[in-house]
Design a protein around this ligand. Structure first.
Ligand code: SF4
Ligand code: SF4
Ligand code: FES
Length: 261
């Protein structure tokens, strides 16, 4: 075990613990954006910077290991102004259409902007101008909202074992792309949606066909057939009061077969 002091509070943690985890242990909140525990620990965004006594510059708390005797400050003027700068730069090249964004009210970037009391955007720079990729039947990618955290890349490669997406280019041109910049529809993407689950913003979203379904339901001449996705075959049984875990499968298009598992 090692002992350190964070914002005046003594903390004891196992060797190998990051400053971020040590701070969380004593309920000190350090903002993060690219960090995703055990999936994406790359120290890319620099939202989580802190000051360490006796050291020049900032420490990136999500990857920097805590050391015995360390004295850490997480909430100084310098630290907050560095984090604010990170947000300013991200927002300078961000498509800020929050009201019509699927993640409005549930967006990590929006929450950070609110926490930092951002009422203006200090730098209004050139925008990426990326084309929206909505060719796949399930996913929409809008990289005009991407914060380049790479959480989707790590999820696709390390959790799903697919590797359909990767970071490409450098500097202002940096983006998350596929082989030869093809649509997700034309590469080895399985449309599992796990990258959407871990994206902190609205750069990735599910394709929503709700309105089309409503239109068809209103059409008296249309015979509407509904098919659930495999995972829903269990969930839907619960919705109709069946015991948890009941697999409900359509058979011959008319009857329901119940299988107990
Ligand atoms: S949907 Fe699944 S396979 Fe496709 S890019 Fe996202 S994580 Fe990878
Ligand atoms: S698409 Fe989302 S998860 Fe992927 S890098 Fe951009 S912001 Fe991060
Ligand atoms: S959260 Fe630490 S660098 Fe992004």
């Amino acid at each position: 075990m090692i002992k350190l002091n964070i914002d005046g509070i003594d903390v004891e943690v196992e060797e190998g613990t990051t400053i971020l985890e040590a701070a969380r242990k004593v309920n000190i909140n350090i903002p993060t954006l690219c960090f995703l525990k055990e999936i994406n620990e790359v120290g890319d965004c620099r939202m989580c910077v802190v000051e360490v006594e006796g050291r020049r510059g900032f420490a990136t708390s999500c990857i920097q290991k805590a050391e015995d005797g360390m004295v850490v400050k997480t909430n100084t003027e310098k630290v907050n102004s560095a984090r604010r700068m990170v947000l300013d730069l991200i927002l300078s090249n961000h498509d800020r259409k929050c009201l019509t964004c699927v993640r409005n009210g549930n967006c990590e970037l929006q929450k950070l902007a609110e926490e930092f009391g951002m009422t203006d955007i200090r730098y209004d720079g050139e925008k990426g101008g990326h084309e929206i990729d909505d060719k796949s039947p399930s996913l929409v990618r809008d990289f005009n909202k991407c914060v380049l955290c790479r959480r989707c890349v790590a999820t696709c490669k390390n959790v799903q074992g697919i590797g359909a997406i990767e970071s490409t280019e450098r500097g202002f041109k940096s983006c998350i792309s596929t082989a030869e910049n093809r649509s997700l529809n034309d590469v080895n993407c399985t449309f599992c949606g796990q990258c959407i689950e871990n994206c902190p913003v609205g750069a990735l979203k599910e394709k929503d066909n709700t309105n089309e379904v409503w239109e068809k339901l209103k059409d008296k001449d249309a015979f509407v057939v509904v098919q659930t996705a495999p995972a829903v075959r269990v969930g839907i049984g619960e919705e109709f009061g069946m015991p948890i875990g009941t697999t409900v499968t359509r058979k011959n298009g008319y009857s329901i077969k119940k299988t107990w598992i």
